[in-house]
Write a protein that binds this ligand. Structure first.
Ligand code: NAD
Ligand code: UD1
Length: 336
């Protein structure tokens, strides 16, 4: 039987890659996106990649009437909820907007799901819920905390889902804690496309590689890490997307909720990322050492074993794949 899935934020970076993997797995998909952080031509690109028309609604996940319309017009089996605001710095300047969109949006979605008797949801959480981790690699049972408003919204969302699951056994949630998604689809047609100056490392390096930005500032070289620069668990966005297919499959087939890390289990430093990207783009990248960024931690990488046990998840793409596909995407986009 073909299942139909609602993808909120499906035109965004992770949502668009997940769309492709869900389509390949035989799901029918409906996208809801307000395009606050995505370009509408992503939908055309998804049609090219999947060679099939895309069904989409332009609107806000907080619009209850629109959600009711979608659930009335489509027999939705489950929801994958990506729609959210995600810039840490901005979340401190606009806390209400972040709480309203990320927590309020989730509540409205859950109310509409309940009214339509749709009980399965995959939720985009983040390694940010671990705060400054006490032990590495990070296991799912590590203590949770938050150090900024964005992280607060993810932790609060996880806790809301836990309350619902405890109160009513019909609910089943796949809470996926992403580490650092990078890279792009092999086609070079979709990828990460932040407006303005990127906050995150890989999109920043990519813009240095294309010449749009002059040089990278490395935020600190005196951390307690092998080369002194920050270490993170970068995961290829296509591997991450496949994790959603596995999570949905588990929810739909067994109704068993789960909370898992989606990472590779390997940490790379900022300098290792720069070197890997240089191999991909074929030229040197300028950088300078700058002061530490407020709120940054030295190292963060996953223990990915639970996702393997529960979902059969395993990341297959390595650091060179991540840089090569990113470079393919940004250089194609630069050339139109
Ligand atoms: P993104 O900004 O590319 O995608 C989010 C999408 O949601 C965008 O297309 C945007 O237009 C849409 N959107 C935002 N607010 C909306 C609203 N109110 N109504 C409808 N649509 C709305 O971000 P992404 O990197 O693809 O992230 C997807 C999810 O994963 C988010 O929940 C994010 O917090 C989470 N996450 C991302 C990362 C990361 O590093 N990219 C890490 C951990 C968790
Ligand atoms: C950031 C978010 C985190 C979110 C994650 C998603 C912050 C403080 N945290 O985490 O909440 O879940 O993205 O992927 O924004 N770096 C540089 N120069 C740069 C940019 C980054 O040296 O211009 C370094 C950082 O100090 C860090 C590493 O690169 O050591 C990765 O940074 P980034 O891509 O922003 O991700 P996180 O800090 O892990």
């Amino acid at each position: 039987m073909t299942h139909k899935i609602l993808l909120t934020g499906g035109a965004g970076y992770i949502g668009s890659h997940t769309y492709v993997e869900l389509a390949a797995a035989g799901y029918e998909i409906v996208i809801l996106d307000n395009f606050s952080n995505a370009r509408p031509d992503v939908l055309d690109r998804l049609e090219i990649i999947t060679d099939a028309p895309v069904t989409s609604y332009r609107g806000d996940v907080r619009d209850r009437a629109l959600l009711d319309t979608i659930f009335a017009e489509h027999e939705i089996a489950a929801v994958v909820h990506f729609a959210a605001l995600k810039a840490v710095g901005e979340s401190g300047r606009m806390p209400l907007e972040y709480i309203q969109t990320n927590v309020g949006g989730l509540l409205t979605l859950l109310e509409a799901m309940m009214a339509a008797s749709v009980w399965r949801l995959v939720f985009s959480s983040s390694a940010t819920v671990y705060g400054d981790p006490e032990k590495l690699p990070i296991r799912e049972d590590a203590q949770r905390s938050y150090t900024n408003t964005y992280a607060f919204t993810k932790l609060a969302s996880e806790q809301i889902l836990e309350q619902l699951a405890a109160a009513d056994a019909r609910w089943a949630f796949g809470t996926l804690r992403y580490f650092n998604p990078v890279g792009a689809h092999d086609s070079g047609l979709i990828g990460e496309d932040p407006n303005g100056i990127p906050n995150n490392l890989m999109p920043f390096i990519a813009k240095v590689a294309t010449g749009e930005l002059e040089k990278l500032s490395i935020f600190g070289d005196d951390y307690n890490t092998p080369d002194g620069t920050g270490v993170r668990d970068y995961i290829h966005v296509v591997d991450l997307a496949k994790g959603h297919v596995q999570s949905l499959g588990k929810l739909i087939e067994t109704g068993a909720g789960h909370t898992v890390n989606l990472g590779t289990g390997t940490g790379y430093s900022v300098l290792e990322m720069v070197r890997a990207y240089e191999r991909a783009c074929g030229h040197e990248l300028a950088y300078q050492i700058a002061p530490r960024r407020d709120g940054d931690i030295a190292a963060c990488y996953a223990d990915p074993r639970l996702a393997g046990e529960v979902l059969g998840f395993e990341a297959h793409r390595d650091l060179d794949d991540m840089c090569r596909t990113s470079w393919n995407w940004v250089s194609r986009r630069r050339n139109g």
